[in-house]
Design a protein around this ligand. Structure first.
Ligand SMILES: Nc1ncnc2c1ncn2[C@@H]1O[C@H](COP(=O)(O)OP(=O)(O)OP(=O)(O)O)[C@@H](O)[C@H]1O
Length: 579
C-alpha cells in the first residue's frame, strides 16, 4: 500500500484538492444540535508537525457548514474518489478549537448535571486521533465553568477518576490502586475503594484532573501504549445543597480505548488478544447502549410507548457500561444527555480506520420518522404543548400557585417531565412562599401522572370524542359539595383527635350501619350520616402517609372539613398528598 500510495501520491493530492461534493452531498446534513438528548459529532485533528515532516498527506476534508467530513480513500480502481461522507450534527475541522467543541457539545451538558441530571461525553477513535487531547481540554473548560461559572444554586462538586484496563478498574487519583466495581443492594453501581476529591476552586479541580492524567501517562508498570488500551473515566458528582433529597447530578467524561480492531494481530500474545477482545466487546456494547438509551429517551416521552417498552439496553455486557449503569439503565427513569465526539486522524494513510470511526459514530445516531404530534390529553403530559403545560401548572400547583414562567419558561410537557428533580424543585422554589415540601409534592404529582400515562393502557380518546372530556366530567363533579359525594375510598380531612396524635386524615370505608342485619336499625344508623373510617398516619418517609386499617373510627359528616387528595405510590407502598 505504501508503494502504491507513493506511486499515486501526486494524483491523489490533486484530486483531493479539486474535489467537489455532489449536489446531494453539499446539502446541510445535520439535525438540530441542541434539541436532541444524544448528539454525535466528529473532530478531525490537524496534521502534526512530525507527520508533515514525514511527508504525510491529508486525506480527510471537512465541510463544517454542510456538516460533512469527506474521507478520500485511495483505492486501486477508484482513483482517490471520496469514499464516505459523514453527516453529523456537527463536524469540527483542524482549524476549530476545543472552545468551539466545548460550546456546542459540552456547555449544554453542564447545566443538566448541575440540575441533578446525568450527562456523559464519550471520545471515540483510533490511537493518536486526539481523544485524550480533546477530553482533557474539554475537562479543563468544564472545570472552570462548574466552579467559576454562572450556574445558579448551592452545590458541592466531587471528582473521581479511574481507568478500565481489561477487567480491572484502577484509581487514577490514588496511585492506580485497584478499585472494585459492584452493584449494591439498590442496584446502584458502586466504585468500592475509589478516592473521591472535593475541590473548592476551579484550579483544584483542574489539578485533580491533571494528576489523574499524569498517572495514565507515566505509571512505570505499564506499557507505553496503555492509554490507547484503556478507557479513562472522569466522574464529576454534583450534590444539590438546596434540595437535599434530589439525586446527585453526574457528569462522566470518558476517553475510550483506541478503536482499531486488528492492532494485536502481529503480536499474538494471549493476554493482548484477550485485551483486544474485551475492548472490542466494550465498544460494541457501548454502541448498543448509546443507541438503546437514545431510543428510550426519544420514545418514552411520547404517548404511544410500545417502542420504549421494547428497548433493550445491554449495559451488563461489559465492565465499561456496568460502571456507567446510571447512564444506561432505563429502569432508573432519569433522563440523560449524551455527546459523542468521534476523533479522526486527517492522514490519508489512516483513511480506512477513520472511515470505521465515522461509521461507528453514524451507527450511534437514532432517528425516527417524524410523526404527527399526539392529540392533547389532559392525563398525558407528553401531549401538552407549552401553553397547555402553563395552564396545567397554574391550575394544579396548589397555593401559592407556582409560577409557570419560572418553572417552564419554554418547555412543553415532555421536556418538563424529563427535567431532573433537583432542577425542577429549585425552579419551583424561586416562586415566593413556595416551600420545599410544596415543590417536591408538585414534582411527584407531575411525575406520577407521567408514569401512569406511560404504563396505563391507551387512554387516548377515540376519534371524534373530545380529549378533555374526562377533565370536564371531573370538574363538574368537583362543583358538588364533597359531603354529597362521600363514598368508600374517599379521603377526608377531619377535625377530630383520632389516635394519640392529632391526625387530620381518614379514609371512608363504609356508612355506619352498612353491615347491620336489622333493616330498621340499619335505616336509622345510616340516616345519621356517619361513616366508618380508617385513620391515615404519617409514615417514616417525608411527605408520606400510611393507611392504618386497624385503627377505625366512626366519624360524622359534620366533623369532616374537606375532601383530601392522596395518591397511592406502589414502589414505596405509601400515600402521598396531591396538591
Ligand atoms: N486538535 C488538535 N490540535 C493539535 N494537536 C492535537 C489535536 N488533537 C490531537 N493532537 C495531538 O495529537 C497527538 C495524539 O493525540 P492524543 O494523544 O490525544 O490521541 P489519542 O486518541 O488519545 O491516542 P491514544 O488512544 O493512544 O491515547 C498528541 O500529540 C496531541 O497533542
Amino acid at each position: 500500500m505504501e508503494a502504491f500510495f507513493q506511486e499515486n501520491r501526486d494524483s491523489y493530492i490533486k484530486q483531493v484538492a479539486t474535489f467537489q461534493p455532489s449536489q446531494n452531498q453539499a446539502k446541510d446534513a445535520g439535525g438540530e444540535l441542541r434539541e436532541e438528548d444524544t448528539v454525535i459529532a466528529a473532530r478531525v485533528r490537524p496534521l502534526l508537525p512530525n507527520e508533515v515532516n514525514d511527508g504525510e498527506v491529508i486525506g480527510i476534508s471537512v465541510r463544517p457548514e454542510a456538516r460533512y467530513a469527506d474521507v478520500h480513500e485511495l483505492r486501486r480502481k477508484i482513483n482517490g474518489q471520496p469514499r464516505l461522507n459523514f453527516p453529523a450534527p456537527q463536524v469540527y475541522g483542524p482549524d476549530q478549537t476545543s472552545e468551539d467543541v466545548y460550546q456546542d457539545l459540552v456547555a449544554p451538558l453542564l447545566p443538566w448535571a448541575w440540575g441533578g441530571g446525568i450527562s456523559t461525553l464519550f471520545a471515540y477513535g483510533q490511537t493518536g486521533s486526539g481523544k485524550t487531547y480533546s477530553v482533557s481540554e474539554l475537562e479543563r473548560l468544564a472545570a472552570v465553568e462548574l466552579m467559576n461559572g454562572d450556574l445558579e444554586g448551592n452545590r458541592d462538586v466531587y471528582i473521581c477518576a479511574f481507568e478500565l484496563l481489561g477487567k480491572e478498574a484502577l484509581d487514577l487519583l490514588n496511585d492506580r490502586r485497584k478499585i472494585v466495581v459492584m452493584e449494591d443492594a439498590f442496584g446502584e453501581s458502586q466504585l468500592v475503594g475509589a478516592v473521591e476529591e472535593k475541590p473548592s476552586t476551579a484550579e483544584e479541580l483542574i489539578s485533580h484532573i491533571e494528576r489523574s492524567m499524569s498517572f495514565r501517562k507515566t505509571a512505570p508498570t505499564i506499557k507505553n501504549d496503555s492509554s490507547s488500551r484503556s478507557h479513562a473515566v472522569c466522574r464529576i458528582r454534583i450534590t444539590n445543597k438546596d434540595v437535599i433529597d434530589a439525586p446527585d447530578g453526574l457528569f462522566f467524561l470518558v476517553d475510550l480505548a483506541g478503536s482499531e480492531v486488528d492492532r494485536d494481530i502481529k503480536e499474538h500474545s494471549r493476554d493482548r488478544m484477550m485485551e483486544t477482545r474485551d475492548i472490542n466487546v466494550s465498544l460494541s456494547t457501548l454502541k448498543d447502549c448509546i443507541r438503546g438509551r437514545a431510543m428510550w429517551n426519544m420514545t418514552s416521552g411520547v404517548a404511544t410507548n410500545k417502542r420504549a417498552m421494547n428497548v433493550h439496553v445491554p449495559f451488563r455486557s461489559s465492565v465499561l457500561t456496568k460502571v456507567l449503569k446510571h447512564v444506561f439503565d432505563v429502569k432508573g427513569n432519569r433522563y440523560c444527555k449524551t455527546a459523542v465526539l468521534a476523533c479522526v486522524k486527517p492522514n490519508a494513510a489512516d483513511a480506512g480506520p477513520s472511515k470505521n470511526t465515522l461509521r461507528y459514530a453514524e451507527l450511534l445516531r437514532v432517528s425516527f420518522p417524524k410523526t404527527t404530534p399526539a392529540l392533547y390529553n389532559v392525563n398525558i403530559p407528553s401531549t401538552w404543548s407549552h401553553n397547555a403545560l402553563t395552564e396545567w401548572i397554574e391550575r394544579n400547583s396548589g397555593s401559592p400557585p407556582i409560577s409557570s414562567s419560572i418553572l417552564a419558561p419554554t418547555e412543553n410537557g415532555t421536556q418538563l417531565c424529563k427535567l431532573p428533580k433537583g432542577e425542577f424543585v429549585s425552579r419551583c422554589l424561586k416562586t415566593p412562599n413556595v416551600s420545599p415540601e410544596h415543590a417536591r409534592a408538585f414534582y411527584d404529582k407531575l411525575w406520577r401522572l407521567h408514569i401512569d400515562s406511560r404504563t396505563a393502557k391507551s387512554t387516548a380518546p377515540s376519534e371524534g370524542s373530545s380529549a378533555i372530556a374526562s377533565e370536564d366530567e371531573e370538574s363538574v363533579k368537583l362543583t358538588v359539595p364533597f359531603q354529597e359525594r362521600l363514598q368508600p375510598g374517599m379521603i377526608v380531612r377531619v377535625r377530630l383527635q383520632l389516635r394519640t396524635e392529632f391526625c387530620q386524615y381518614a379514609m371512608i370505608l363504609c356508612p355506619e350501619g352498612a353491615f347491620e342485619k336489622d333493616p330498621v336499625r340499619r335505616e336509622e344508623m345510616m340516616g345519621k350520616k356517619r361513616f366508618v373510617c380508617a385513620q391515615i398516619v404519617g409514615a417514616v418517609m417525608a411527605d408520606a402517609y400510611d393507611l392504618a386499617m386497624e385503627v377505625k373510627k366512626v366519624i360524622a359528616v359534620a366533623d369532616m372539613e374537606a375532601e383530601a387528595f392522596m395518591e397511592w405510590d406502589p414502589p414505596t407502598r405509601y400515600w402521598f398528598m396531591t396538591i
